[in-house]
Ligand binder design. Structure first.
Ligand SMILES: [Zn+2]
Ligand SMILES: [Zn+2]
Length: 123
């Protein structure tokens, strides 16, 4: 049963904060072919298309635990702190998060006017 999932994407994951869309092949906490892996949250998962290794998968995103909107795992869209939170909800409940998370978010807030340059020579 598990091997069927990779051939039949369940649907298309769509981040509601950014333009990310991608077909996902599994939704849940235990991706097929990775029996030893248990995710901390119910996630939308797709098989890693860049590797033939069956055990590899990518987490696309999951649902915000507050507003239940679908968000990708990108740092601009969501944060995982024991649960998944979309950034708007984090901003609304900033006081509920520890200092280190708040500081981390301060860093993220830096306007990204420059497109990320793809310098592969730099690690
Ligand atoms: Zn996103
Ligand atoms: Zn939210």
């Amino acid at each position: 049963m598990a091997c069927e999932t990779e051939r039949n994407p369940l649907g298309v994951f769509k981040c509601q904060l950014c333009a990310l869309t991608a077909p996902y092949s599994y939704k849940g906490q235990q991706p097929p072919d990775c029996q030893s892996v248990v995710l901390l949250e119910e996630s939308y998962v797709t098989r890693d298309p860049f590797t033939p290794d069956r055990g590899r998968f990518l987490i696309l995103g999951s649902r915000c635990s507050v507003c239940s909107r679908l968000v990708c795992v990108g740092p601009e869209c969501s944060l995982f702190y024991s649960k998944r939170f979309c950034l708007p909800c984090v901003q609304d409940n900033m006081d509920a998060f520890p200092q280190e998370i708040q500081q981390d978010l301060e860093k993220r807030k830096v306007p990204s006017t420059r497109p990320a340059s793809q310098r592969s020579s730099q690690p």
